[in-house]
Design a protein around this ligand. Structure first.
Ligand code: ADP
Ligand code: MG
Length: 239
């Protein structure tokens, strides 16, 4: 676990477009923060810079007090879950979740303990011997989350993890996501364009527009005291 600090973090793509423009953000150890905003506002780019999947053009990223700008993704100890995720079709749910631990040559007994714990939190205990093809979409996404967290990363990043699910399942999965985050206590950054998801899931919400942070605060504070008309309109505040 670790705090994540973005200090004037900026992304200019090679074509010259400014996708993220001087973002300042301090995420506390164990906090659950949601990045929300309309499509194209820079949410994924911000998350990808934290993960190391995109270079940072200017500014500094620190995780647990250490500068991360030039550190390879694999050396950041961060887990990430995307909207679309690939499970190994021929492996069981257990082995899919165990995969990162097998790669790291973790002893069998520890693998079993960690996968079983993740399965409990994600309500997958009854499905451990199944193959991905025999699971529902929500169960498959939970396996992807389980696989991401079995290694107890310092931080957990999710980019629209529920977008591919139907509306009813999306609502049910919110409960799984919040339960998982609370149980693990891992610093989490969650990206969504869905206002309801943003307002119900996290400790604090970061509203972005055009690569710029508009407001940061607990959901209720944003709702009652939107910083500007954009925030008010976007989150449907009565102000
Ligand atoms: P979001 O995740 O909020 O929808 P993105 O972070 O994907 O937004 O994109 C932010 C902006 O950066 C958009 O204008 C998008 O078109 C642009 N962008 C994203 N990826 C690239 C890229 N690889 N090259 C150039 N521009 C990009
Ligand atoms: Mg995106």
């Amino acid at each position: 676990m670790a705090e994540i600090v973005l200090d004037q973090v900026t992304k200019r793509y090679p074509d010259g477009s400014l996708a993220v423009d001087g973002v300042d953000l301090e995420i506390a150890d164990g906090e659950f923060v949601i990045l929300v905003g309309p499509s194209g506002c820079g949410k994924s780019t911000t998350l990808n810079m934290i993960a190391g999947l995109e270079d940072i053009s200017a500014g500094e990223l620190r995780i647990g007090g250490e500068r991360m700008n030039d550190r390879a993704p694999k050396d950041r100890d961060i887990a990430m879950v995307f909207q679309s995720y690939a499970l190994y079709p021929h492996k069981t749910v257990f082995e899919n979740m165990a995969f990162p631990l097998r790669l790291a040559k973790v002893p069998d007994a520890e693998v079993r303990a960690k996968v079983e714990e993740a399965a409990r939190v994600l309500d997958l205990t009854a499905h451990l011997t199944r193959k991905p093809a025999n699971l529902s979409g929500g169960q498959r996404q939970r396996v992807a989350m389980g696989r991401a967290i079995v290694r107890s990363p310092k931080a957990f990043l999710m980019d629209e993890p529920l977008s591919n699910l139907d509306a009813k399942l999306r609502v049910q999965m919110r409960t799984s996501v919040s339960k998982l985050q609370k149980r693990l206590g891992t610093t989490t950054v969650y990206v969504t364009h869905d206002q309801t998801e943003a307002m119900t899931l996290g400790d604090r919400v970061v509203v972005m527009r055009g690569g710029v942070v508009q407001q940061v605060g607990p959901p209720q504070h944003l709702y009652e005291h939107p910083a500007n008309l954009f925030v008010a309109g976007f989150i449907g505040s009565p102000a």
